[in-house]
Ligand binder design. Structure first.
Ligand code: MRU
Length: 357
């Protein structure tokens, strides 16, 4: 396996190496994962994050667990369950673990580890291809918007990070943006900082600056005003779980942007691979489990001091409580279209079932 997935790779000892996303863009730190405990820890503490990459790391985690238990199926099931439960909202995690276990059931004990390694690589290779298709379908749709409105450049607003750090390949929401840039289209991206963990300010801004794509980081509350002033042509985000009728769980704050887009008649697209659908859930606003993370993520903030040292400081009175929902759910009716590897699908139960089931 090579560096083609960007955020993770197998090293020569067949252990997984990942970019530690907690320290980007300031420090490039690599973490090695060689067993179940390290896999669970890396997902929980967000060394790795983003629905797709969580799924990829979980798949490799199941392979590493199998190696750890010497191919014993019963022990492997217990280990896989621990990986499956490491974060609750992004369904790619459960999807990837279930797929790995399904394969595990079909092989002999002495071949299981080797076969699971292959399957984990296959999942990542498939994600890469899915991301390429999302890039193409999304870029085509955005160029159509530009032609219809006679736009010379396109201002795109995005929330959180849904690029190559979040999904193998070019990502999901950022994939069409990379493709537009590759095709020579003049794009500019409004990057929501995405408090409390700042995946926009830290990761999306990092990705876009590495690729030389024009962008501006904005405070999370700025998007509505920009839309009202005609400074946003289209919005696009990724997704962590999408219900059968098209409700989208994504990073907290996505819902507010979708409401503002609707009020200002601006298209709001969500990009995702089919592995992000949860066909067992219909009403996403009621049925999707939303992760609640530590209040410290709201009360404290990390950044560089004037000496260039990475520090963390408190920004809320010690005695004030804080609440930290990781995700929210945008109802399907606020979504203009779901950009997937199969094409652009209306966010309705009918259209989703027709395209994917
Ligand atoms: O908490 P995170 O950083 O894992 O959340 C990530 C997001 O919400 C992304 O927007 C989402 O995973 C879509 S991209 C795969």
């Amino acid at each position: 396996m090579s560096l083609k997935y960007g955020a993770f790779w197998l090293n020569e000892d067949d252990n997984l190496e990942v970019i530690d996303q907690r320290y980007l863009p300031f420090i490039k730190r690599i973490v090695t994962i060689s067993n179940t405990d390290e896999t669970v820890k890396a997902i929980q503490n967000m060394t790795v994050r983003g629905a797709g990459v969580i799924g990829n790391v979980a798949a490799f985690g199941v392979y590493l667990a199998c190696r750890e238990v010497d191919g014993n199926l019963e022990l492997l099931k217990t280990e896989a369950q621990m990986i499956r439960a490491s974060r609750p909202t992004a369904v790619n995690l459960m999807w990837a673990v279930d797929r790995m276990l399904k394969v595990a059931l079909t092989c002999k004990d002495n071949e299981r580890t080797k076969i699971l390694k292959k399957e984990a690589i296959l999942i990542s290779d498939e994600d890469l291809l899915r991301s390429q298709s999302i890039a193409k379908f999304g870029a085509d749709a955005f160029i159509k918007i530009m032609q219809e409105r006679d736009l010379k450049s396109l201002n795109i607003l995005t929330h959180c990070n849904a690029g190559w750090l979040a999904i193998a390949g070019y990502g999901s929401a950022l994939a069409p943006i990379y493709e537009l840039h590759r095709r020579g289209v003049d794009v500019h991206v409004w990057v929501d900082e995405t408090r409390p963990r700042n995946q926009g300010a830290n990761l999306t801004a990092y990705e876009l600056s590495q690729s030389g794509i024009k962008h501006t980081v904005i405070a999370d509350n700025t998007g509505g005003y920009l839309m009202q002033q005609g400074l946003v042509d289209v919005c696009i985000t990724g997704a962590d779980r999408v219900s059968r009728r098209g409700d989208v769980a994504n990073k907290i704050g996505t819902y507010l942007k979708a409401l503002a887009a609707k009020a200002n008649n601006i298209a709001f697209y969500v990009a995702l691979p089919a592995s992000t659908f949860d066909f067992d859930i219909v009403d996403g606003t009621r049925e999707i489990e939303i992760e609640i993370r530590s209040e410290d993520e709201v009360k404290r903030i990390r950044g560089l001091d004037d000496e260039g040292k990475l520090i963390e400081i408190q920004i809320v009175p010690h005695e004030s409580p804080a609440l930290n929902y990781g995700f929210d759910v945008t109802p399907a009716e606020l979504i203009s279209g779901l950009i997937t590897e199969n094409g652009i699908c209306e966010a309705t139960q009918n259209a989703i079932e027709k395209m994917f089931l």
